[in-house]
Design a protein around this ligand. Sequence first.
Ligand code: 1HN
Length: 358
Amino acid sequence: MRPADSETSKASAPGAEAEREAFYEKIDKSNMTALWTVLGALVTKEPKSACRPFGWRFEAIREAILEAGGLITAREAERRVLVLENPGLRGQSKITTSLYAGVQLVLPGEVAPAHRHSQSALRLVLEGKGAHTAVEGERVMMSPGDFIITPSMAWHDHGNESADPVFWLDGLDIPLVQFLDASFVEHLGAEEQPVTRPTGDSLARYGANLLPVDYRPEEARPTSPIFHYPYARSREALDQLSLAQDWDPCHGLKLRFANPATGAHAMPTLGTFLQMLPKGFETQRIRSTDATVYVCLEGGGRSRIGEETIAWGPRDVFVAPSWQPVSHEPDGESVLFGFSDRPVQEKLGLWREDRGNG
Ligand code: 1HN
C-alpha cells in the first residue's frame, strides 16, 4: 500500500480490533472514552431524536384525570396533572426532548396553592369557564382557548369558583431547565397570594396598543408584560386576516404570540403560535428543528408527521418531533395552537426550517 492510500483508508490492521477493545476497557476505568467510537452518534448529519410523533385524544385524558379527581385533591397533589409523556421518552416527563406538557384539572371549590419556580409555564384552557389563575397579584378568569403565561419565578395559584370542572394544558420548559441544572422552587405558605391589582390591569396597560409612558422594554423582564391572551381577541384577528385569503402553502395562516413592547416571542423559552387552516386546505410538508406540541382548538382533521398520520379534533394534543416533515389536512375550518422551543434555538442561532423536502 502506498502511503497516500494508507492515510485515507479506514481498514485496520489484523489484530488491531482486539487491541483497541482492550484499550477502551482500560481508559473506561479512568472515566475516559475515545471520541472516534462515539462521534457519529454525537454529531449527526441531521437531527436524530428519540421523540416520536404521537397524539392524545382529549376524551381519554379527560376520563383519566376525572378518575384522578376522585383519588386526590388539588391541595394534596399541589397540582393535579396527568403528564403527557412522549412514547419515545417514557419515564422522563417529556413530551419532546426539551418540553413538558400535562393536563390539569381543578374541581369546583378547589385551590391549587401558591408557589413559584424558575421554569416558565403556559396554560391553554381546554374546557370549563370560571376558574381563575393569579399571577403576581393579578387574577384572570379563564375561558376555553385562552393562553395564559406564568413567567419564571412569578408567584401563581389557581382556583375554581364555578360549578364545573376546569381542564387546561400546562406547557413548561422543565427539560430545558433540568438540562441546565437551574431549577428552584418556593412555596408561599398561604394558599393564595394577595390580590394587588384589578383583573384586566396588565392587558389594559400593555395590550391596547399603548404602553406606560416611561416603560423601558430594554429594562423589562424577558417575558411579555401581558400574561393573558384571551382567545376571543386572537380569534377575531384570525377571522379578519382570513378575509385576505393570503394562505401560506405550509401553514395556512400562522401567527406567533408576541411581547407587545418588543415584538419578541411572548416567552423567552417557549414559542407560542396560533394557526388557522381553511376547510379542505391541505398544507405542503415543512420541517423545522423545533419539535412542536399542537392543540386543536377548533375543527378537525389529520396531520402527517414523518411516517405517521395523526387524527385530531377539538382539545386533542399531538406532537411533531424535530426535523420530521409536517403537513395538515383539515376537514373543516380548523384552529391549532402550538408551542415549541423556537425562541431558544433562534437566540442560539440553531433554528432551521426546510420547505423543500419530505
Ligand atoms: C406547575 O407549577 C403547574 O402551576 C402545573 O399549575 C404543572 C408541572 C411541573 C412543575 C410545576 C401550575 C407543573 C408545575
